[in-house]
Design a protein around this ligand. Structure first.
Ligand code: URP
Ligand code: ZN
Ligand code: ZN
Length: 464
């Protein structure tokens, strides 16, 4: 007798779509098999007409992100609750060393304590050093061995005092060559960011229209090129966060063909929005770094996804409110960077990707769940529907649709990039380790349902 049986659905994994039932026991997937083949359970969920997907993993989110003395609009409970409505069962946030007096290990411990007792979803984070000294780099092996085997280094933001220099990047990559793990980069050339931003400010060209011209493609591609060069020279393992333009993609293609250990994600907004948004009256809301790009870049990114060069689509969620955004007074140099996106990522990729025929359902699952699990050391516990995996599951109604507005979402963030757009697909029921986070569209969990995910360097696989 199983605890729970999900019957009559279509199971979709990165491998294909299958007319299977799924049996759950003790929070794990106990068995999968053809409809009607698995026996009895204490409870049955009928998934007829629904897709049964592995729980979504968002490997790039910023929760409770500091800004001008305050924080973005959502906290650890509200952000992860909203994410769960979008089918997300695991989030990877960032333990940013804002307080340089704290070690990286202390910073990670603090981040963990902020999630504990609050998070609805399972959670982990990337270590994010802001000090470029040998002592900080020397902490990485301990973190890699201790369940936080990935880092993010900012190649820009010197003026916000959170940039890592090239020496730290080089040495961090050497650490991954020796100990495994992964160094992620926010790849933008800092000198160019400062120079062009000053130049645009001097001539008063600071409206959102000028933002993508200021942080143009070369600003990103030069940094991507440098990071790839260092990964190649050191044998290190590199992850490129939010890759957004053709030039970066070309560098990635060449590097991967040469066997460099580099993996890349793009974000849902770079696939679905473009730089014309900056000419809208609400253009300032769409300020994010890197900026939204041209339609030609958007098409190039879709090609990169189809080729398998880009293996992950994250949200880079950063939930600034309209008030936060308006504090910049329509000046891109003063507007907080980032877009909300955790709750809508699945429906947006389903709408723009699967329904348009650009990608298949198994590809969607790979991009949003299986590949993030493999790359960041959570597979096979997360990211798949197979015996032994955590029973993190989404019963997804592919026919449901909704016109997006803050009222139908579940976030304190009072706007969304897709406001007014019809998005298809709804995560109707979401299970975390066999327990319902969302049931028939209603949240039935409490803060603290989510646990810290201890990740393993040995399980990190860039060949996916
Ligand atoms: O624009 C972006 N990517 N914002 C996310 C938060 C940050 O400052 O890194
Ligand atoms: Zn970034
Ligand atoms: Zn980010």
């Amino acid at each position: 007798m199983f605890d729970l049986l999900i019957r009559n659905g279509t199971v979709v994994t990165a491998q294909g779509s299958f007319p299977w039932d799924v049996a759950i026991q003790g929070g794990k997937i106990a068995a999968t098999g053809p409809h009607g083949s698995l026996g009895q359970a204490k409870e049955v969920l009928d998934a007829a007409g629904k897709l049964v997907l592995p729980g979504m993993i968002d490997p790039h989110v910023h929760i409770h992100h500091p800004f001008k003395g305050g924080y973005s609009a959502d906290d650890f409970a509200t952000a992860t609750r909203s994410a769960a409505f979008g089918g997300v069962t695991t989030v990877c946030d960032f333990a940013i060393q804002w307080d340089k007096e704290k070690t990286l290990a202390e910073t990670c411990a603090l981040r963990r304590s902020q999630f504990e007792g609050q998070s609805y979803t399972d959670f982990t984070f990337h270590a994010c050093p802001t000090r470029s000294d040998p002592e900080t780099v020397a902490e990485l092996p301990g973190l890699i061995a201790g369940g936080v085997p990935s880092a993010k280094l900012y190649m820009t933001y010197s003026r916000q005092d959170r940039m890592s220099d090239d020496a730290a990047l080089c040495e961090a990559l050497k650490v991954t060559a020796a100990h495994g793990g992964l160094v992620g980069v926010h790849a933008e050339n800092d000198a160019m960011c400062c120079y062009y931003s000053d130049q645009y400010q001097r001539v008063g060209k600071t409206s959102p229209h000028y933002f993508p011209l200021c942080k143009h493609n070369l600003v990103e591609a030069e940094a991507v090129n440098r990071a790839i060069y260092l990964a190649k020279a050191t044998g290190g393992r590199l992850y490129i966060f939010h890759l957004s333009c053709r030039e970066s993609l070309d560098l990635l293609r060449t590097a991967r063909a040469e066997g460099v250990q580099v993996y890349a994600e793009t974000c849902i907004h770079y696939l679905t929005l473009d730089d014309t948004y900056y000419d809208r009256p609400d253009g300032a809301q769409f300020i994010c770094s890197p900026p939204l790009r041209s339609k030609a870049d958007v098409e190039a990114l879709w090609e990169g996804v189809r080729e398998g060069l880009i293996g992950v689509v994250s949200s880079d969620h950063c939930g600034f409110s309209l008030e936060n955004k308006a504090s910049g007074c329509n000046d891109f140099t003063a507007t907080p960077n980032g877009l909300p996106g955790m709750e809508t990522r699945l429906a947006a990729l389903y709408t723009y990707g699967v329904r348009t025929g650009r990608i298949s359902l198994p590809q969607l699952v790979a991009l949003l769940s299986t590949n993030p699990a493999r790359v960041f050391g959570m597979y096979p516990h997360k990211g798949d529907i197979r015996p032994g995996s955590d029973a993190d599951l989404v019963l997804f109604d592919p026919e449901a649709s909704a016109v997006i507005s803050p009222e139908i979402l579940h976030s304190p963030v009072d706007w969304n990039p897709y406001d007014g757009q019809e998005l298809y697909g709804r995560a109707e029921t979401v299970l975390l380790r066999g327990e319902a986070l969302i049931r028939d569209g209603v949240c039935c969990a409490a803060p603290g349902a989510g646990r810290f995910v201890e990740r393993r360097a040995e399980d990190m696989d860039l060949n996916t």
